[in-house]
Design a binder for this molecule. Structure first.
Ligand code: SAM
Ligand code: SF4
Length: 456
């Protein structure tokens, strides 16, 4: 029997890191580790890091400074605290981390999480360890599955990683270097995970991957299955009411995936489809492999398949050589698509990527000014989309209690938080809600049927 210890895992960056953090916690559970939200109580601190932009990387080093102080204070009180750095910064900067932050005991890359218990034991015995290899074995086969209690504690909506890595090599992006080549998990493993989630009460599954629609995992028939077929299979899992997938590349939106939006009622009519820029010149320099017209054509095909489809996207401002004219093309694209939401980023030069070496790097103040204008365009489109939701009746999946007594919060098909006055017994259920008020960040509504309101 292992002595009880506490682990605090802090995730930076994307949903893939959140998923990985859960799987690390599940793998540490048989070693006697329970999760704590309070870093001061932890015997083991894991920072699951993101390397996508310079700011994300800086955050890790400033966080490590705080962790060192905690570790030293614990040592003075006679308690040993272990610090581990995981994720993409670990992968990219293994040696540098240990050099700059000697309080770190373990640096572990995203492909080695299944070795965590053994690596921790080795670090305790031999001192700091760096493991950033891409081992042959599949980490997902070795990672411990979550307990029913752990799944429940994480809520009714869950992520499942189906694909990792990327072969696209956009000129600004570090993902192909930190997460490696594209690899898909086999269908049976993913279905087993979805079934386990459903058994524990999960109602919505989001399939995730750095380039999820490039999915081509081995099916039970021994042949590669595209994402559309995987989605159709998971739609059959009892208890799973809703499906989503993210993040997709426009070039991998195959006809079968577009058709899935028409044919699978559980597949939500909301797609995050990063485009990065509305200018063909910039798209070519980013090596995105499609034009603005291709992207708009894709949006039109998806809307033809499912008329209530809405879109969000990612945009980068200040990519090297971006002119005012290029930037205005991005602004007009947002209006042309009528984005329901979007993430926007200032271009951040990442060492080792081709764009970092390009001439005509854009000055910081120009990037800031463009980001400001971009965000205004996004906010305007989001507000217009939310306003169009007024009076509509949506299926809402209730997730948790609201901020005020008697209130519960769920998500619309378009991921908007929806606040409703109703009994907590609705949590975990999907019900029709008529939208009565649209705020800037959330919607308010009432259960569509009186019967439902008293149905607990
Ligand atoms: N695979 C997705 C795609 O095809 O776009 C996105 C993956 S990336 C984790 C998420 C977003 O970060 C990208 O869509 C892009 O907008 C942004 N991003 C990536 N590298 C960046 C960089 N060097 N500077 C600014 N933003 C960046
Ligand atoms: Fe990065 Fe996405 Fe481009 Fe892959 S497709 S290189 S993850 S931005």
């Amino acid at each position: 029997m292992n002595a009880e210890r506490k682990v605090h895992i802090k995730s930076f960056g994307c949903q893939m890191n959140v998923y990985d953090s859960h799987r690390m916690a599940d793998t540490l559970a048989p070693e006697g580790f329970t999760e704590t939200a309070h870093v001061e109580d932890a015997d083991l601190i894991v920072l699951n890091t993101c390397h996508i932009r310079e700011k994300a990387e800086e955050k890790v080093f400033s966080e490590l400074g705080r962790m060192r102080v905690l570790k030293e204070a614990a040592a003075r009180a006679g308690r040993r605290v272990t610090i581990a750095v995981a994720g993409c910064v670990a992968q990219a900067q293994g040696d540098e981390i240990v050099r700059r932050a000697p309080s770190v005991d373990l640096v572990v890359g995203p492909q080695s999480y299944h070795r965590l218990p053994a690596l921790l034991a080795r670090a305790k015995r031999d001192g700091p360890i760096i493991d950033t290899e891409f081992p042959i074995e599949d980490k997902f086969d070795k990672l411990n599955p979550p307990s029913r209690e752990a799944i429940r504690a994480r809520g009714v909506s869950a992520f499942v990683t189906v694909q990792e890595g990327c072969d696209k090599f956009c000129t600004f992006c570090v993902v192909p270097y930190t997460r490696g080549a594209e690899a898909s998990r086999p269908v049976v493993k993913i279905v087993a995970e979805a079934e386990r989630f459903a058994w524990a009460g999960v109602r919505e599954i989001t399939l995730i991957g750095q380039n999820v629609n490039a999915y081509h995992g081995q099916g039970p028939d021994g042949r590669p299955w595209p994402l559309a077929r995987l989605l159709a299979r998971i739609a059959q899992v009892r208890g799973i009411a809703r499906l989503r997938y993210t993040t997709s590349h426009p070039c991998d939106m195959q006809a079968s995936l577009i058709a899935a939006h028409r044919d699978l009622p559980g597949l939500m009519p909301y797609l995050h489809l990063p485009v990065q820029s509305g200018s063909d010149r910039t798209l070519a320099r980013m090596n995105r492999r499609h034009t603005r017209a291709d992207f708009l054509d894709m949006i039109a095909r998806l809307r033809a398949a499912r008329p209530d489809m809405a879109f969000s996207s990612d945009f980068i401002v200040g990519f090297p050589g971006e002119s005012e004219h290029d930037f205005e093309a991005t602004l007009s694209l947002i209006d042309e698509v009528g984005c329901a939401g979007a993430f926007s980023f200032k271009y951040s030069a990442r060492p080792g990527t081709p764009a970092a070496e390009m001439p005509d790097q854009i000055h910081e103040h120009v990037k800031s000014e463009r980001l400001h204008r971009l965000q205004a365009a996004i906010d305007r489109n989001t507000a217009a989309f939310n306003a169009r939701c007024l009076g509509r009746t949506f299926e809402v999946l209730f997730e948790k209690p609201g901020r005020y007594p008697g209130q519960i919060v769920g998500r619309s098909p378009y991921l908007q938080p929806v606040q409703v006055m109703a009994s907590q017994s609705w949590i975990g259920k999907v019900a029709g809600v008529t939208i009565t008020e649209a705020g800037s960040n959330s919607l308010f509504g009432m259960l569509a049927s009186e019967e439902q309101a008293v149905g607990d």
